[in-house]
Each structure stands twice: as structure tokens, then as C-alpha cells.
Design a protein around this ligand. Structure first.
Ligand SMILES: *Cc1c(COP(=O)(O)O)cnc(C)c1O
Length: 391
């Protein structure tokens, strides 16, 4: 299988391995200096005053919705075209997920559809910067202000991206990142929430650690001594370890290079597939972070192409099965097929092809050749079927 090329892959340096080893030889395995250093690096890159590390992107979403005040009866309005965690985290808090359709041009939540779905119960609007395309945050922020909601950007795909020259993470009330190995920067498992607001940052820190508050000035009752702390909220153990943060800190040092390389690879794909009939390229944006390179093809031959590419040892993937179509959500909300026509059509036509900074030019040329072959085969198959059945 050494010819196999996945759709995403981490890139760990020897220096990062040494940094992790150094933590192992030190005094803190968790909650030591590496956590703060990693948080500071992400806050800087995201243009936010605070960054709070979590044990996964999912835990970070849970924390962000908690900080935003989501509870029973509240709704988190999000995109159907996302990983299930974006919606699930609302349910963890006793709230509900609501969906609005996407803009087919970008794959991101459509502000016009959000307006139609807003309700007095909307506590959070949670746009997803799909594939790394920076979703239009200004529009979501003004919609949220109309109903007294907050915006939580799921920027799991968009670390290192920008909009109007400002880093992703600088605009939304709360921004969530993931450090899963296929994402821009990895800690194995890991996540982060950035925010400018001191009160939200304090809630995030408590939530990450059992709801416990230690700062004397933030106690509800009198401080009974130097040992004293209070549990003020029902929190979790969602801490990220120093081992992981040492890795993440090293990775952050290479973020700019990672994003630049992803953009280079995307431009080469644009060039290779731009004039292929029946193939639609991902949208361009000067601040695109390119977590994914989502090609769109005719739904009628997407499956044949997908299988042909897997046969050619390309680890292609589909992002995403619309969240409300999963059995759990179908049973919970009973949304009929056709409720989100744009997201459904996007899903039916999408294939994510290999994109990660360690992919070399010759490897990418090889990927392009395999995809061109696969495209010819899938289209020919389709034509044969069409002739056989008379259309
Ligand atoms: C990866 C991802 C998450 C969850 O992140 P984990 O770190 O795997 O928990 C959430 N939302 C989106 C859109 C993602 O891609």
C-alpha cells in the first residue's frame, strides 16, 4: 500500500518530537507551561485576546456553546454541511440544533437562510468555514445581534485563513479550532476556543476543568484559605496535556508555511481541473485556508469516480453527509429529504482529493494523473450505461 495517498496527513518534525520528549523528562505532563505557550501562539495567530485549549475540537465546541449560554430550550443554528460534532455539542447542553441551507457557491451557511430560520430561541449562530473558505462573519454577527444571540464560528477547517486581512478567529464572538491530525496543525487530539471577551474566556476555563474557579477575586463566597476553590458550574475534564501542547506549539511555528503550501497545491489543482467538463472547482478567496480541496462532479457519476479513485489508491473522502440525514437526527427532527436542497446536492456531487503540506509536486502530479484517469473511466461508464438503458 505504499502507493496509497490519503486526503489529509500530519507533518511532524524531528524538532517537535524532541520538544515532546523534553516534556516527558520534565515536571509537568499536564497543565504546565506548554499549555499557556500554545494558547498564546494560537491567540496571536487568530488575532484574539484569549485562547483556551481543550482536549478535542468537539470539547471546544461544547465549551464554546456553554460559554455562549446554550441550555435547555435554546437553539444552535448551524449548517447541515458539517461534521456531526458542530450540531451534537448543542444537544450535550440540553439544547437543540437547527439547520439552515448552504450557499452552493461556497459550501458555507447562507445568511439569507439563517434569517428565515432565526427564532427567539436562537442562542447561537454557528457558521462553519467549510473546507477553509472564510464564511461571511460580518453578516452572521449582525443577524445574531438582532435576536441577542452570539456567533460561534466552527473554524476547524480555517486556522491560518483571513477575511479582509483579519485572521480567522478575530471576528466571531467565539471561534473553535480542531487539532485532529488531518487539520492544519495537530496535537493528536485537541481543540481551542478563541475570544476577545474576558467573561467568556473565564467561563471556558472553568468549563474545561470541572467548573472549578480558583481566582480569589472570582469566588462567589469568602475565601476560606490558600487551599480554597469553588465549583461554580457543572464542567468536565477537557484539559489538553503539556505533551500535546509542546507538539502544537512547534506546529504553530510552521502554520504560515503550511497554509502557503496548501494554497500552492490548490492552485495547481485549479490549473489541472479548471477546464475539465463536468468538474466544478472549489470557490476562490484570498484568505482561503484550504483544509480540503472539494471537487464537485455530476452526482450521476460521483460514486463511480469515488470507487475508481479508491481503486487507484487515493484515500479520497466525501465531506459531508448532511447532518440532519443521519438516523439520529432523522428520528429526532424528522426532516424530510429535500429540506436542504443545496446541501443535499453538494453532498451528492462532492469528493475531497488529497491535500496536505507534505504532499510533494511529483506526488501531486501523480494524484492528478490518477484523477484524470478516474474521471475518464467514470464518464465512459456513465455513457455506456446511458446507451444501454436508452437514457
Ligand atoms: C474536525 C472537526 C470537528 C471536531 O474536531 P475533533 O477535534 O475531531 O473533535 C468539528 N467540526 C468540524 C467542521 C471539523 O472538521
Amino acid at each position: 500500500m505504499n502507493n496509497f495517498i490519503p486526503y489529509g496527513h500530519q507533518w511532524i518534525s524531528e524538532e517537535e518530537i524532541r520538544a515532546v520528549t523534553q516534556v516527558l523528562r520534565g515536571d509537568w505532563l499536564t497543565q504546565g507551561p506548554a499549555v499557556e505557550a500554545f494558547e498564546a501562539a494560537v491567540a496571536l495567530a487568530a488575532g484574539a485576546r484569549h485562547a483556551v485549549a481543550f482536549s478535542s475540537g468537539t470539547a471546544a465546541l461544547h465549551g464554546a456553546y456553554f460559554a455562549a449560554g446554550v441550555g435547555p430550550g435554546d437553539e444552535v443554528l448551524t449548517s447541515p454541511l458539517t461534521f456531526v460534532a458542530t450540531a451534537n455539542a448543542a444537544l450535550y447542553l440540553g439544547g437543540e440544533a437547527r439547520f439552515a441551507d448552504i450557499d452552493p457557491a461556497t459550501g458555507c451557511l447562507d445568511p439569507r437562510k439563517v434569517r428565515e430560520a432565526l427564532s427567539p430561541r436562537t442562542r447561537v449562530i454557528a457558521p462553519v468555514s467549510y473546507a477553509g473558505y472564510p464564511a461571511p462573519m460580518g453578516e452572521f454577527l449582525s443577524l445574531a445581534r438582532e435576536v441577542g444571540a452570539l456567533v460561534v464560528e466552527d473554524a476547524s477547517h480555517a486556522l491560518g485563513g483571513t477575511r479582509d486581512g483579519r485572521p480567522v478567529g478575530a471576528e466571531a464572538d467565539l471561534t473553535v479550532f480542531s487539532f485532529h491530525p488531518v487539520k492544519h496543525v495537530t496535537t493528536g487530539e485537541g481543540g481551542m476556543v478563541t475570544t476577545d471577551r474576558d467573561d467568556l474566556a473565564a467561563r471556558l476555563r472553568r468549563f474545561r476543568s470541572h467548573g472549578i474557579e480558583k481566582a480569589p477575586e472570582a469566588l462567589e463566597g469568602p475565601c476560606e484559605g490558600p487551599w480554597y476553590y469553588e465549583m461554580q458550574d457543572l464542567g468536565y475534564n477537557y484539559r489538553l496535556t503539556d505533551l500535546q501542547c509542546a507538539l502544537g506549539l512547534g506546529q504553530m511555528g510552521r502554520l504560515e508555511g503550511f497554509v502557503a503550501r496548501r494554497r500552492e497545491l490548490a492552485a495547481r489543482y485549479d490549473e489541472a481541473f479548471g477546464s475539465v467538463p463536468g468538474v466544478q472547482l472549489p470557490p476562490r478567496h484570498p484568505g482561503h485556508a484550504y483544509h480540503l480541496y472539494p471537487l464537485r462532479v455530476e452526482p450521476a457519476w460521483r460514486r463511480a469516480l469515488f470507487e475508481g479513485l479508491r481503486r487507484r489508491e487515493l484515500g479520497v473522502q466525501v465531506h459531508y453527509i448532511p447532518v440532519p440525514a443521519h438516523p439520529f437526527y432523522r428520528k429526532r427532527y424528522g426532516l424530510a429529504l429535500g429540506s436542504f436542497p443545496q446541501a443535499e446536492r453538494f453532498y451528492a456531487s462532492e469528493i475531497s482529493i488529497p491535500l496536505y503540506p507534505a504532499l510533494s509536486d511529483p506526488q501531486q502530479d501523480d494524484v492528478i494523473r490518477r484523477i484524470q484517469e478516474g474521471l475518464r473511466e467514470a464518464q465512459a461508464d456513465r455513457k455506456r450505461m446511458w446507451l444501454k438503458t436508452g437514457g
